[in-house]
Design a protein around this ligand. Structure first.
Ligand code: AVJ
Length: 322
């Protein structure tokens, strides 16, 4: 077996500084905001795994259905030598792609990129065992910052699955797609998962499940600030909110302060006041339409070559060429 290589572009103190900087800016803003990437410590990643198995949370199952049906077509079309996976979440979906590329006979290298060093190391090690002839080159990094450093032999296929692109605001999406286009050679591929616009209630309950797992996931960001920045958020005094915004066609998650509170954040030398009922914004998760995402891809220099949805039409998977 070839030992996996792991490049670390996010040193522990880089992550700590980035969190401090995001919290400093976000807690001073109006409305108060924290970026969703800070949900994913070990507990948050575990809560997200639980979310993917909830009856209300359809995107993971819908995307898996598409990949199960289309992986060999994706492999035959792309003939990729390298699979790059951004935010390499569930290894199950990755395996559908790795298996198909291996059967197509083109697969040589796998490059998972994730902000979480532990998630990355585990994924890289598991793949190195199960795909003995595969070169695994993990990158610990942030997909909005470290694209230029992506290794791998062309043609590469960059998979960005799960609908995570929906966590970016439209202008951030354009910037992200543009920088990805810039690091790819003409002819290389983007496999993009996008959750689709559908009736508001189906989307809303996917982000506000009956068992309360999403609520715990949302509140987890406050535990992260308590641990990493020495903050004293009374986590249970914040309630989970999931709101469908019909104009922007995105879900917004917020944390509502159920009483007036003063929170001290020693690492930032800050005291933050919350009014009763004040809402801290923690995530948007945009939902897409085929024409909209095709236009965003075209605007950033990608050509959408293939488009698939699950049978219920809930989730879209596109294969585009740089
Ligand atoms: C992992 C970013 C795709 O936006 O649906 C799940 C995160 N947030 N439930 C999403 C999430 C609330 C998820 N992504």
């Amino acid at each position: 077996m070839t030992e996996p290589v792991v490049d670390v572009h996010l040193e522990a103190d880089h992550a700590a500084r980035a969190l401090a900087s995001d919290a400093r800016t976000g807690l001073a803003a109006s409305p108060k905001t924290l970026p969703p990437k800070w949900f994913y410590d070990a507990r948050g990643s575990d809560l997200f795994e639980q979310i993917t198995r909830l009856p209300e949370y359809y995107p993971t199952r819908a995307e898996r259905e598409i990949l199960g049906d289309r992986a060999s077509e994706i492999a035959a079309t792309s003939k990729a030598h390298t699979l790059v996976e951004l935010g390499s979440g569930s290894s199950e979906k990755t395996r559908l792609l790795l298996d198909a590329l291996r059967s197509a006979g083109t697969l040589r290298q796998f490059v998972p990129l994730d902000v979480s060093r532990t998630a990355l190391t585990d994924a890289a090690a598991a793949c190195a065992v199960d795909y003995p002839s595969l070169k695994v080159h993990g990158v610990v990094g942030d997909f909005t910052e470290h694209l230029a450093l992506l290794p791998g032999e062309a043609p590469r296929m960059v998979a960005f699955l799960g609908g995570t692109i929906g966590n970016l605001l439209p202008e951030e999406r354009a910037k992200f797609l543009g920088s990805l286009r810039d690091v790819l050679e003409p002819g290389e591929w983007l496999l993009l998962g996008t959750d689709l616009v559908k009736d508001a209630e189906t989307v809303r309950v996917a982000y506000d499940d009956a068992a309360g797992v999403t609520a715990e996931f949302n509140r987890n960001v406050l535990h992260v600030l308590n641990r990493e920045l020495g903050a004293d958020f009374d986590v249970d005094a914040f309630s989970h909110i999931a709101l469908w915004d019909p104009v922007n066609e995105w879900i917004e998650m917020r944390l509502r302060a159920e009483k007036a509170m003063q929170v001290t954040v020693p690492a930032l030398g800050m005291t933050v006041s919350f009014d009763e009922g004040e809402e801290l914004h923690t995530e948007i998760s945009a939902k897409f339409r085929r024409e909209g995402i095709a236009a965003e891809l075209a605007d950033t220099g990608f050509e959408l070559t293939r488009w698939w949805t699950d049978t219920a039409g809930r989730f879209g998977l596109s294969l585009s060429q740089a």
